[in-house]
Design a protein around this ligand. Sequence first.
Ligand code: SF4
Length: 696
Amino acid sequence: MNQAIRPRILASACPHDCPSTCALEVEVLDQNTIGRVRGAQDNAYTAGVICAKVARYAERAHHPDRLTRPLRRTGAKGSGQFAPISWDDALDIVAEQFIRAEHVHGSEAVWPYYYAGTMGFVMRDGINRLRHAKKYSGFFSTICVNPAWTGFIAGAGKLAGADPREMAKSDLVVIWGTNAATTQVNVMTHATRARKERGAKLVVVDVYMNATMRQADLPVLIRPGTDGALACAVMHCLFRDGKADWDYLERYTDAPRELAEHLHTRGPAWASRITGCPTETIEAFARLVGERKRAYFRLGYGFSRSRNGAANMHAASCIAAVTGAWLHEGGGAFHHNDAIFHLNKSLIEGKDAADPKIRMLDQSRIGAILTGDKDALRGGPPVTALLIQNTNPVAVAPDQETVKRGFAREDLFVCVHEQFMTDTAQVADVVLPASMFVEHDDFYLSGGSQYILLGPKLIDPPGECRSNHDVICGLARRLGAEHPGFAMTPRELIDATLQKSGWGTLADLEANRWIDCQPDFATAHYLNGFGYADGKFRFKPDWPNVPFSRAHGTVAAPMPRLPDHWEVIEEADIEHPFRLATSPARGFLNSSFTETPTSLAKERRPEVMIHPDDAAAHAVADGEEVTLGNRRGVVRLHARLFEGVRRGVLIAESIWPNKAYADGRGINTLTGADAIAPFGGAAFHDNKVWLRKLAR
Ligand code: SF4
């Protein structure tokens, strides 16, 4: 008699590059198969809600295009011609090539390159153990967080803020620079609770009328890179209208009177000219902030994608200090909780083997590095061998034409360890099949909330897929790299790291599923002082010395002394009348999920959103093919007429694979790789472009 198989429901954590890091419950149908994925109800931040793309993860894990065997290139570079080989042969080839590169140019000729395809510490960061042990070139991570993190730390002195669950207790939730409904749905859970239960108002500040802004009581639509001007005008109104909390300002901040004086000339009319936002909207925003002390500023990663992003983030974070919102439950500001976890990853990353003399290469400048730019190479040898895990630079890195030229070099050996045949795997010499999060053990932290979570192995990987840890340890053996971490299992590394960090043991984490690391109210709200020695919030940051622990040198630029609109963005000009932002698409997460049929069906095709009046001025009809271009290259895609952008602004939701574009040039053809002050970054939403109808 046939009996329905009841799936086991097992705990996990989302591994993707999303601040929520949801606590998951995964249906396990058998040793090889998962079913539905749901959010854990009893996790106070996830609260049973996850995004649709992870809910249907079975579509990705069991996709017929998963890489399942090691491959070796058989045709010309980039031809896509590969033949299967054994794991031993594949790892032997990689090791031989790394030894050869080291022999010719020294150890720094090898560059292990990785990023956030998984956020698990064992699988993401273990590659650093190999590079430290072998003295390979270092990886200076710049592509995402640097400007936003630096901007927040500039004011508060450290990267932590009010408990994100407190949003539910706010009277005003300001979601600024993040399309949370698309990219971190849990923010909306708590914001919506505040509206339903307390009658809170929701203000959303962004550069287009996206899914989050459509839910706002007050949508504040601005031009890209003008957040600093908006923040200044809001603070101007607060000082002008007697809504600044002077007791708080005198006690907790560094230069309130200078700030008030400085803002005198930066009112709504001034900001309106810069942001494109009507003065009435700016006044209405300021009124809400002034009237509702429990105002929670949820500041997102949109700030990071602009050349003036650090200054903009800092300016936005200053508002809560002007009103003293930090004093109240449900008030204050939040971007990320990095500072509360104090994880000691020395064993995973092999930090004891680190040599400070080894150069650090900027992740965002991979194109310049691979094409031999002396500055980008920091005066050192060329990179002639790459090991790439968890990232897809041929699609996601800025200045794509240069990146492609670099990867086309005949003297460059490339090994890519991946789940799918990405744009980067396509140009590799050796491709290794990688496991997914339900197929290996790892642990995660949720920077958008306050949890450490376990993601144990639930099923076997398909075919011959291996984990990142297995590959790193397999290469270490062949390369003679020595470190205790190479002899440990992922579970042993998790256990040892938790214990070193003071968070108990793996057994504890396994029993409890997650650790709530939330500091007490006074600490989270800086009631005992902000993160600087004198306890004062900085309206006047010392930018080159902002305590950003990941910095490797500074980008010299005279940054604003006090909050301001910093005019370093790529302003439109006669030749390039539009400003382009490459915002995240709902169905994708960076370049992940661009392979799943449901995401592809929902996103349809690469498009650029354009205001109907701009479209009319260029005689472009809805759905028509257009080209966008600037000095970095040209991209071909379809126009979508859309009222929800300021005139002169274009939005291209991304990141589609390059092959989705008619001529194979992805959206990052248009983005620049010049480093952002003060500590690097990539300005993905800060591009001047021209737009033309496709010549037929
Ligand atoms: S919302 Fe973010 S963390 Fe949660 S499941 Fe989706 S991608 Fe993962």
